[in-house]
Design a protein around this ligand. Sequence first.
Ligand code: SF4
Length: 81
Amino acid sequence: MRLVVDLNRCQGYAQCAFLAPDVFTMHGEESLVYDPHPAGEQRERVARAVAACPVRAITAEGLDSPRPAPVASAGEPSDAR
Ligand code: SF4
């Protein structure tokens, strides 16, 4: 997942920092710091933050892709003939 916040648009409402505190942090009253590559388990929180931002400053790529499917074990080829 990749995140971009348009800091020219961001008004420091801190909705994102409230909803996804491991990804978005307020420094001072208006300065937002964020993780541009949050871990996959933050997906749901990030989605809420994107939806909650009053000025739609947050763009997230890879948010609406489905959860990654469990990786099939590739160790044992089913070669029973
Ligand atoms: S919710 Fe939007 S406006 Fe508020 S701090 Fe986050 S990015 Fe900025």
